[in-house]
Design a protein around this ligand. Structure first.
Ligand code: NAG
Ligand code: NAG
Ligand code: NAG
Ligand code: NAG
Ligand code: NAG
Length: 326
């Protein structure tokens, strides 16, 4: 994620709070950062995640943190329905990861941020400061007892960069109908062996889920990342997906490709939006020139690989649930 540095970083006079509180309390008091603050309140479903408060708002954790916080106007460019959906309990892991992507350990005043010197966010994604990007850091240096707040002109989404954007150059093939369930397809199709292994480690219940039918035998479609999609991740990312501390988020991201409702695989066509079980929409697009079909950032290698309880689409990237949303 790239954040542009403002032009003259030197000679900036400090204009923040003088009597400080812990980070989240200062955030809460800063008028034009109230949207971010209200999202923090929703990270535990109906109440904020206590872990955020223990870490960033408590004297027990004596480390300093810097929060890079998108302003309310930055959030105004995002469709309100996306923010509402992100605040639903089933999207808790995704929302938490987005919030943690905006927090870093250490004190970073604007004059300490250097172009091309990335900072690691608490979530583990690097924030790179550059001189050319559409995300602008506003000079704010708002002080808290245990850190500092800097304002951003845009919400950061780490997933597009992390998962990559498809570079496929041909139209998807169409799968043949197979016997067995979607779970059996994951176990036998060599292109899906990594997904099968990863789910087996972090989310075996989900493999069981893929062996079941929906009530009333409604249609099921699962967009599944192939081994190629896992190989396109940065070095070490596949192993970190199965680390216990990441298992809940990884499970969320892999479950994301199952569609809600009763959409028939054969009826899905470019130009449509289809809804994930997380209630976020995915956009199906086709490039006229080369007939490549994309679902958000992911390219479709094969569509309509239909088992007895549902159909699988094989993708060349993990799906970024927030592709283009910010
Ligand atoms: C946090 O920042 C304060 C103020 O600069 C400093 O005195 C303190 O040592 C820092 N704490 C840690 C754990 O680095
Ligand atoms: C970024 O811009 C600043 C101010 O113009 C300049 O001093 C600095 O060298 C630039 N950094 C890079 C990496 O281009
Ligand atoms: C393959 O399965 C799909 C979904 O179950 C079904 O709609 C389609 O008619 C089947 N095609 C053939 C050739 O059996
Ligand atoms: C497509 O992307 C993959 C993964 O990032 C990369 O290894 C490969 O070289 C790319 N292929 C082309 C033709 O750019
Ligand atoms: C459910 O639908 C699929 C696809 O149309 C069909 O192959 C299967 O036999 C149906 N199962 C039941 C229990 O009706």
């Amino acid at each position: 994620m790239r954040v542009i540095l403002p032009f003259f970083l030197a000679n900036i006079t400090f204009s923040g709070f003088t009597s400080a509180d812990p980070l989240l309390a200062v955030l809460d008091k800063t008028v034009d950062l109230s949207t971010f603050s209200s999202l923090i309140q929703k990270t535990g479903g109906s109440k904020p995640n206590p872990a955020l408060f223990e870490r960033f708002n408590s004297a027990l954790d004596n480390r300093n943190y810097t929060a890079f916080v998108p302003t309310n106007s930055a959030f105004e460019t995002i469709s309100p329905s996306i923010l509402t959906t992100l605040s639903l309990p089933q999207n808790y892991e995704l929302l938490l990861s987005i919030i943690r992507t905006h927090l870093a350990e250490g004190l970073f005043s604007s004059s300490q941020l250097e172009a091309d010197a990335p900072i690691l966010s608490i979530e583990g994604f690097p924030i790179l400061f550059t001189n050319d990007s559409s995300t602008i850091l506003e000079i704010s240096n708002i002080a808290a007892d245990n850190g500092q707040i800097q304002k951003l002109s845009k919400v950061l989404n780490p997933y597009t960069e992390y998962f990559g954007v498809s570079n496929l150059t041909k139209a998807p093939s169409t799968g043949t109908n197979v016997t067995g369930t979607m779970k059996d397809v994951l176990a036998s199709d060599r292109r899906l062996s990594i997904l099968n292994i990863v789910l087996g480690v972090i989310d075996p219940e989900y493999l069981t889920r893929l062996s079941l039918t929906k009530p009333g035998n409604a249609s099921q479609v699962f967009f599944a990342p192939s081994n190629y999609a896992f190989s396109a991740l940065p070095n070490g990312a596949r192993d970190s997906m199965t680390a216990p501390s990441n298992a809940l988020l990884s499970a969320y991201l892999l479950r994301y490709g199952l569609l809600a409702g009763d959409t028939k695989s054969a009826d899905i066509s470019p130009g449509m939006q289809v809804m994930s079980v997380s209630f976020l929409e995915m956009r199906i697009k086709q490039a006229e020139a080369d007939a490549v079909v994309m679902i958000n950032n992911a390219g479709v290698v094969e569509r309509d690989l239909c088992a007895e309880n549902g159909c699988i689409w094989v993708l060349d990237r993990l799906i970024d649930p927030l592709f283009g949303a910010f």
